[in-house]
Design a protein. Structure first.
Length: 257
């Protein structure tokens, strides 16, 4: 047993040192990357449940993250990650994952491997795609996707989500005021079609209310928020439509009803 632990330790140390070299070669600051290595080492040797790698300008995560199997809370926000860190998918005990403020365009279907995940934070990450399969994470309670590039929201995330899902935050996304399916079928739709069917802005709000999910929705842009929520088409400078929207008591009332 002790011999196996020593081999694993050697593999871990060797791996993160090679990763450190790659990060530095790609332009990362040596001091900052060294700090990341220290935090990784401390988490591994200390059987940590939490690991904070925020704001270290990391371009990737080392594969050796997967060996920190005790982790329940991992935060890698405010880095330079350009894709979803596949390494975290091996952390089956993970409950909270924060990948906010990176350049991650897609949340992949493999996210379902995190069967104990309770909260996923992916705000301000340039997301334009969220895998519908996220609905299969039965423990998920909080899904935060604020300030991204999401045009259409997978309806099954709401319609077929587990009862644990209580909050979805999709503020400041350019949701389109229309429904869309990337499978143009005739007649009855199959289960596969459901996986590819997306809610419009208005549909998201209505479905969330029906399923008892707290929805945080809105935007700083007139066209992608007020128009989408109310179903009123607005063009910048369209005083008539803006006046119609102004007659509604409050946007928060709309979202709750």
């Amino acid at each position: 047993m002790a011999e196996n632990n020593m081999k694993l330790m050697g593999k871990f140390l060797s791996g993160i040192e090679k990763w450190k070299e790659r990060e530095i070669e790609s332009g990362a600051n040596m001091r900052i990357v060294s700090e990341a290595v220290k935090r990784l080492y401390d988490a591994f040797t200390g059987n940590a449940e939490q690991l904070n790698l925020n704001g270290l300008e990391l371009r990737s995560l080392p594969q050796e993250v997967r060996y920190i199997i005790t982790l329940k809370d991992l935060s890698v926000s405010n880095n330079k990650l350009s894709s979803f860190p596949q390494e975290v998918l091996f952390l089956r005990g993970l409950e909270t994952l924060d990948i906010s403020a990176n350049k991650i365009s897609r949340i992949p279907r493999e996210i379902v491997n995190l069967k104990n995940l309770k909260a996923l934070y992916a705000n301000s990450s340039q997301l334009d795609y969220v895998a519908p399969e996220i609905r299969d994470i039965k423990t998920l309670e909080d899904l935060q996707l604020r300030d991204n590039n999401i045009n259409f929201f997978p309806r099954v995330i709401i319609d077929k989500a587990s009862k644990s899902l209580k909050n979805i935050d999709i503020k400041d996304n350019p949701l389109k005021d229309m429904e869309y399916s990337n499978k143009q079928t005739k007649g009855s739709r199959s289960l596969d079609d459901d996986l590819n069917y997306f809610y419009s802005a208005k549909g998201v709000r209505q479905a969330a209310a029906k399923n008892g999910i707290r929805l945080e929705y809105g935007s700083s842009e007139i066209q992608s928020s007020l128009a989408a929520i109310t179903g009123i088409g607005v063009k910048q400078g369209d005083k008539t439509s803006i006046s119609r929207i102004s007659s509604i008591n409050s946007l928060s009332t709309i979202c709750e009803n």
